[in-house]
Write a protein that binds this ligand. Structure first.
Ligand SMILES: [Zn+2]
Length: 252
């Protein structure tokens, strides 16, 4: 499980590096929901984040995120303490702080040009992050940090970037490589499933033949002469049918 988690993280990070030009140290915007979860499951963010992402990281937050966490009362006291240990990124909301969600999205902007990661457990913020291509989302699942699979928007952007960046015969190969590296073999599986759908034309033909057969079969058993030997030997259906038809023709 642990190995798989790391393997996925490598894959997704490679995607962000190749398509969106992410470089170390990764800048991670962290909100109070994330530190709260880390506290609950005793996850040491400072220790685990660089290990998991396999390189240097900058753990960041904003005054808005701290203010929001503090405003939520004593339950989030510990979470706000952890948050305060991180570097504070200037957000420009100073006199009138906004929600962490709004604040982070204003830093990410429309293209996430500063290559921020967003670390949150907030489903609303996660949804907003998904809409901005090239914005990695990090969350905590029990005591494990998880880098989410690139969103559909990121995947789409990735395909476009790959198509424009490469020309000629390499184009499809590169696209395939990127798809494979990020999304594994899922696409292939889907194709296989599609192939299996729908009736097999061969089996349909056989059924039609069977409809004709029963009367002939009964005739055969009534006569009962050659039946025994045929039953013992396993003969392919179509051979059987052929033999039966031949036999009835002869009997006539
Ligand atoms: Zn702010």
């Amino acid at each position: 499980m642990k190995i798989k988690r790391y393997k996925h993280a490598r894959r997704y990070l490679n995607f962000y590096r190749n398509i969106f030009h992410f470089r170390d140290p990764h800048q991670i915007l962290i909100d109070g929901t994330f530190t709260q979860m880390a506290l609950r499951y005793k996850t040491d963010i400072k220790d685990q984040m660089p290990k998991y992402l396999g390189g240097e990281v900058q753990l960041l937050t904003t005054k808005c995120a701290i203010a929001e966490t503090e405003s939520l009362g004593s339950e989030l006291y510990g979470a706000s303490l952890i948050l305060k240990r991180f570097l504070v990124r200037k957000c420009g909301h100073r006199p009138n702080p906004v929600s962490a969600s709004k604040c982070f999205m204003s830093l990410v902007g429309e293209k996430n040009e500063n290559h921020y990661f967003v670390a949150t457990q907030d489903p609303d913020l996660s949804r907003e992050v998904h809409k901005i291509p090239g914005t990695p989302l990090v969350y905590i699942n029990f005591n494990a940090i998880v880098l989410e699979k690139p969103s559909a928007f990121s995947q789409h952007e990735g395909e476009e970037v790959a198509t424009h960046a490469v020309t000629g015969g390499h184009q499809t190969d590169t696209l395939k490589q990127i798809k494979k590296s990020v999304f594994g073999e899922e696409e292939q599986k889907k194709r296989r499933r599609r192939k299996q759908k729908g009736p097999n034309p061969l089996s349909v033909k056989k059924k039609k033949k069977k409809k004709v057969d029963p009367s002939q079969m009964r005739k055969k058993t009534e006569e009962g002469k050659t039946r025994r030997t045929r039953k013992k030997v396993k003969i392919a259906k179509h051979v059987k049918e052929h033999l039966q038809q031949k036999a009835t023709a002869e009997n006539r």
